[in-house]
Design a protein around this ligand. Structure first.
Ligand SMILES: [Zn+2]
Length: 197
């Protein structure tokens, strides 16, 4: 099998990739996606149809961004992260189109929220992440959840407002009830034998 990490990036003819954006080796950018100025997408990523990656957003290696996900400015995504279709990462806690005097809001009139998604986390289809949140490594945000608080590592968050429903292994199958202590006292996932840490 050819090593994808050595391939030049593929960018579909209808995608818009700013000349100051960086796209890593082996990454595929599909139809109508947009990658804005100074954004960085790592190696071997999949940028699905209609995905928006805002100015200065940083995405690590081997991330999957499914169709129409919106990764607005202020976001950092570490390696091995799954972003489902139609996920929205917001960045403005007090969104207004105009100021009270009717003047248009400019960049000086609002504060950019900054969110980080840690290594190996997954965000399900249609989830919304409010500004200034951290989603811990290997956490799982369920489809349609609204993330209003930080998510600890390995936590499963469901609903609106999002609440912790349990914990999940890096393998994505083992749940809290599958974690058992070994004779040596180390908690391990019954499904993959990994320690959930
Ligand atoms: Zn496991």
């Amino acid at each position: 099998m050819p090593d994808r990490a050595t391939e030049a990036p593929f960018v579909h003819g209808s995608a818009i990739v700013h000349e100051r954006a960086r796209v890593g080796r082996g990454t595929r950018v599909w139809a109508f996606a947009q990658i804005r100025e100074d954004a960085s997408v790592g190696a071997e990523c999949n940028v699905g149809k209609g995905v928006y990656i805002g100015a200065g957003v940083v995405v690590g290696d081997r991330c999957k961004m499914e169709n129409n996900a919106s990764l607005f400015e202020g976001l950092t995504v570490e390696n091995d992260v799954f972003v489902g279709p139609h996920v929205v990462f917001t960045n403005d806690r007090s969104p207004r189109a105009t100021n009270p005097d009717g003047s248009l809001q400019t960049a000086a009139d609002w504060t950019l929220g900054r969110t980080t998604v840690r290594r190996g986390a997954s965000i399900g289809a249609g989830a919304v992440v409010l500004p200034d949140r951290e989603i811990g490594r290997h956490a799982l945000v369920a489809a349609g959840a609204v993330v209003t608080r930080d998510v600890p590592p390995h936590a499963v968050v469901i609903g609106n407002p999002g609440r912790i429903a349990g914990y999940i292994c890096a393998c994505g199958r083992g749940r809290t009830s599958d974690f058992r202590p070994d004779p040596d006292g180390v908690q391990r996932c019954e499904r993959c034998r990994l320690s959930p840490d």
